[in-house]
Design a protein around this ligand. Structure first.
Ligand code: BDR
Ligand code: CA
Length: 302
């Protein structure tokens, strides 16, 4: 069983990824830490509590983290994820108030639990993880792996010609994390754009008969309405859970990665530079059909 903390800024696709992890027997989720990203910290934290309440898992702590990137002003993606961050889909209110502060909570957890027993599944900007690596390097080194959605390698970006949202929202944080010597697996747009929900897939989720699948179907349906892109939509953050559960569905390459620390439009773009970059594992290929099948299986409790 994979024991993990989810660090997240929910976010429509974050919510689907969290519901996958909560539905799958492969995971034991020990906590959810939140970060400002898709929307402000109050909303991402509330949303984490709402998702847990829907799943009947309010026993899992929600711990609020960074209110802003390390040194920049954040983006606002209300146009994509809605003013409530969850596309207007109805969720119950959190059953339990959140704890503070994510970085200290993560450090305590990693020092208390056996070394290399906890994965961090990062679905938003890497602000909390950078703080952890800077303020508590010993604790950070005790995590098993960091598996993070972010970046674009050969694909174009989604907030700049080469820049992807999670890295561009806090490029300094990404650079710190990649250089921290943690065992990091990066899941970039190159693979997340290959794991795409069609309208039929979305409708089948809505009819699958579980709370997690119905909510995921509604979330993806909302995403169809707020974004353009033809007949299907990429499921970015769920790819982190899919990789963690079934790494055999992905091809990983070890690459030397440099983060562009300049300004928009390409601040946060990633470059492969031999001899210069931080060496991390990057997912470059995925079996999209099998990944989608596993996601549907988990969400529908099969
Ligand atoms: C990433 O940006 C966010 O809007 C999504 O939740 C995902 O984590 C994709 O670039
Ligand atoms: Ca996200």
């Amino acid at each position: 069983i994979i024991r993990a903390v989810i660090d997240t800024d929910p976010g429509i696709d974050d919510a689907v990824a969290i519901l996958h992890a909560l539905s799958s027997p492969a995971f034991e989720i020990v906590g959810i830490t939140t970060v400002a990203g898709n929307i402000g910290i109050e909303t991402t934290t509330r949303n984490a509590g709402r998702i847990l309440a829907l799943a009947g898992r309010s026993d899992i702590p929600v711990v609020a983290g960074a209110t802003a990137p390390l040194s920049r002003k954040g983006f606002d993606t209300a146009d994509i994820h809605g003013n409530d961050g969850l596309g207007g889909v109805s969720f119950p209110e959190p059953a339990v108030p959140p704890l503070f502060d994510a970085v200290e909570w993560l450090a305590d957890l990693l020092m208390r639990e056996p070394e290399a027993s906890i994965d961090i599944l990062a679905l938003g900007p890497l602000t909390n993880i950078a703080r952890l690596a800077t303020d508590h390097p010993e604790a950070a080194r005790r995590m098993r792996r960091l598996i993070a959605m972010g970046g674009a390698i050969d694909e174009p970006g989604n907030v700049g010609p080469k820049a992807e949202f999670n890295i561009a929202a806090d490029p300094e944080a990404a650079a710190i994390v990649f250089a921290a010597g943690l065992r990091t697996v990066l899941i970039p747009l190159d693979v997340t754009r290959k794991v795409r929900a069609t309208r039929d897939y979305t409708a089948a989720l809505q009819d699958a008969g579980t709370v997690a699948a119905a909510a995921s179907g509604e979330l993806i349906d909302a995403y169809f309405q707020t974004t353009t892109g033809g007949e299907s939509r990429p499921l970015h953050d769920p790819c982190v859970m899919l990789y963690t559960e079934r790494p055999d569905l992905f091809v990983i390459e070890r690459l030397p990665i440099v983060v562009d620390l300049g300004d928009a439009p390409d601040g946060g773009a990633l470059f492969v530079e031999e001899g210069e970059g931080s060496t991390i594992d990057v997912a470059i290929k995925v079996d999209g059909a099998k990944a989608l099948e596993l996601l549907a299986t988990r969400l529908s409790g099969r």
